[in-house]
Write a protein that binds this ligand. Sequence first.
Ligand code: FAD
Ligand code: EPU
Length: 277
Amino acid sequence: MRVERRPLADFTTLGVGGEAEIWTVETPADLVEATKAPYRVLGNGSNLLVSDSGVSERVIRLGGVFAAASLGRPRAPFHVTPWLGAGALLPNLIQEARQKGLSGLEPLSGIPASLGGAVKMNAGTRFGEIADVLEAVEIFQGGSFHVHHPEELGFGYRRSNLPPGGIVTRIRLRLEQRDPAEIEARLREVDEARKGQPKRKSAGCAFKNPEGDSAGRLIDRAGFKGLRVGGAMVSYEHGNFIINTGSARATDVWKLVKRIQEELSLELEWEIWGELL
Ligand code: FAD
Ligand code: EPU
């Protein structure tokens, strides 16, 4: 196990956030030790806005056995995967599935999540979400590991209802063997739908889409694109992305969020860590 004090800006895709004590756990015994004081769990930091003053709780990152994942030898027609470490990155698994002719993860192409973060947020696109392909979820809670059926976990649009303090440690997926050309075609379709999104530093969409509409379209129509506070800016490419142009602070990003919410009634998709003024 490694314990270090580091800025969370180094661990988030938006690249903002102050210091915290980061506990990278590698074994079940590490996890037991790390959870003896108040904690938060960090995945790939791709849906987080972290305060400039960081957080006081321990920040747990899943390494070692919790980050190992391989889809195994494909079985037809249905393939239930071995247990996959929740610290592993979703894009790597999507590549492995593509190479092995395993279908089911294509709707998640382009989402820079860890498996655990994808489960917590029920990551998805209009083509599907991770809950659609979950077979089982192992959660560490109250000092021990419990296996849950996905139906127990309250999945909805970009939400789940994990037990309090629960850390997703491993998951199993239910995939299908398919013609590789069909998988390629699906991946292309999903990637095409993402073409309008900026490539610059961001945490994905800031707000959830309201029922039947798109937050990006509403923000665009309200004229917020290009609005800047310090180093943060509402992307010209897609209104629901706030980008870090290089030197943004969490307070800059937060001012933009508040400014948009003064005018539009939108619910944040991001998770907020620490105090924001
Ligand atoms: P983090 O951001 O690290 O954490 C998010 C939340 O999950 C936190 O509450 C954290 O405590 C919790 N968490 C993390 N790991 C665990 C765990 N093991 N156990 C319990 N809780 C945990 N999202 C979509 O849904 N669809 C998209 O199309 C999409 N596109 C994106 C594009 C870009 C360029 C970016 C930067 C982001 C995008 N996102 C998208 C947002 C983001 O990738 C997802 O919300 C993702 O699921 C977050 O996963 P993460 O591992 O980065 O979690
Ligand atoms: N639009 C505009 N202006 C903009 C942005 C969008 O007019 O600045 C319009 C588009 O022209 C389109 C509509 O709004 O007609 C929808 O836009 P888009 O296809 O980009 O989809 P979205 O609803 O904005 C959702 C998810 C994304 C996901 C894409 C692709 C949410 C909040 N967003 O975006 O997820 O990648 O679909 O499926 O659900 C995320 O959750 O972080 C995320 C990026």
